[in-house]
Ligand binder design. Structure first.
Ligand code: PRP
Length: 213
């Protein structure tokens, strides 16, 4: 039997929210899918494109790398922030250039420009926070939060926050300023490390479309 003509669905995990919409814009711009394939208003979480043998999963942004690492998805779109935080064993194929923002340390205006030895930092990113302060030789107590991180230093929960900054508006509106940018983040195309031969050749075609954009 000639297996070169066989096709399987290639599954791509997208992070629900703005990054998924930017990913769909991107994939439709390079001709991989029709723009209206994913209906973000519906409660559907799986969308299939039979013509191109593609399946899209809408998952939480913190879960994209897990789906890809464990083979629930073959490819995924994840922010560099999530990749570094999860330390998942996946291939990082391409920098897709959209979803640009930065991971920063911030504190109340005029305070804490110089780090003390023992500090408290509130964050959604405990691993990035731990590694960042460890590389400075500073002991940090991490306060893990799940959102509205900016409130933590205003209520003495923490001295600093480590969080994503996009426009900077949330910091400004809450009387905080950036002390230091840790890294710049963009969306990355990631892949499972154990693809079947058939999927491997389909993924190669997707990568070449992405590379030629
Ligand atoms: C993110 C991030 C900041 C904000 C930065 O929060 O955690 O709070 O956006 O954006 P800006 O610089 O444009 O103001 P998100 O909107 O995801 O909400 P959350 O705080 O509930 O996580």
């Amino acid at each position: 039997m000639n297996t070169t003509c066989k096709r399987e669905f290639v599954t791509i995990a997208l992070p629900k929210g703005r990054l998924a919409e930017e990913a769909v814009d991107f994939f439709s711009r390079i001709g991989l899918i029709e723009r209206d394939l994913l209906d973000f208003e519906s409660r559907k979480l799986i969308f299939e494109d039979n013509k191109n043998a593609l399946r899209f999963l809408l998952v939480k942004n913190t879960d994209v790398a897990t789906y890809v690492e464990r083979g629930g998805a073959d490819l995924g779109v994840a922010g560099l922030d999530m990749l570094l935080e999860s330390a998942a064993e996946v291939y990082e194929f391409s920098d897709l250039a959209f979803g640009a923002c930065r991971m920063s340390i911030a504190a109340p205006n005029g305070k804490h420009t110089f780090y003390k030895q023992n500090i408290k930092a509130a964050t959604k990113y405990p691993n990035i926070t731990k590694n960042t302060f460890a590389s400075k030789g500073i002991y940090v107590e991490i306060i893990k939060l799940f959102g509205s991180i900016e409130i933590a230093p205003l209520t003495d929960l923490a001295d600093y926050i480590v969080d994503l900054v996009d426009t900077g508006e949330t910091l400004r509106k809450n009387g905080l300023s950036e002390v230091e940018v840790i890294f710049n983040s963009t969306a990355r195309l990631i892949g499972n490390k154990a693809l079947t031969a058939i999927k491997h050749s389909q993924v190669k075609q997707i990568l070449s479309a992405v590379g030629e954009c």
